[in-house]
Write a protein that binds this ligand. Sequence first.
Ligand code: ADP
Ligand code: MG
Length: 283
Amino acid sequence: MGMIKAENLIYEYIRRDEEGNVEAINRAIDNVDIEVNKGDFVAILGHNGSGKSTMAKHINAILTPTEGTVWVNGMNTREEDKIWEIRQAAGMVFQNPDNQIIATVVEEDVGFGAENLGVPTEEIWKRVEESLSAVGMLEYRKHSPNKLSGGQKQRVAIAGIMAMKPECIVLDEPTAMLDPIGRKEVIRTIRELNKREKVTVLLITHYMEEVIHADKVIVMDKGKVVMQGTPREIFSRVEELKQYRLAVPQVTELAYELRKDGLNIPKGILSIEELVEAISSIA
Ligand code: ADP
Ligand code: MG
């Protein structure tokens, strides 16, 4: 069943002058169809300006379509009386962890969203504990969020969303401001939530390495969906990816070059282990 569905979605940013006349129209989403099924881990990949954040903002009804329709868990985002239900169904995590911290103690921060939903206090504490342990941050519950690393802050932000029990979590470049270790922590956390807690995940990123474990990868460029497939299918199309200004991981590039030179290596190599195996089975 569909968790998120966009059909013929078009979104235009319109700039007007003081009299209200249209000065400029920027079509950020240009006729996009996207479907994310319950339980899936879907990644949206695209260079800066390809329309990823505009897409994300449609999923929690910050923006509504210029044309076309977006449904979240069967609810049309144009229906204003459904907005809070939509926002509870699809929790959002953003780029900057500092902007997402509200309280001075980790556990209070994590409980904040659930409290706003009117969840009873006892239930909140139960959820806070579960969510913190799901993101591997339980031992920091009494700490100050400000002293945590970027990756830890982002995991606390994810726990806060989890405590609201959304069916789906949308992460818009959650690792963009993190160092390589923080990036790995966050990606591992997201994967585990998807596998263990069965949360539907939509991960938006411009780092190709982060999409290796997704069930499906959607590539956007200039507001359009230009590629769609499993990570292996997408990673086997190296030239096309470069055309969309996406840097393929070194190991994929190396495998691609070796294959071009005539070595018998399968397409779409995703990891060093796979490449080693492919090479040793030739020798
Ligand atoms: P991405 O997240 O992939 O970097 P965005 O969705 O932020 O892409 O932007 C897509 C396009 O929409 C870009 O051309 C960008 O300049 C434009 N855009 C984004 N936000 C606004 C805005 N508030 N007003 C006008 N144009 C915008
Ligand atoms: Mg963006």
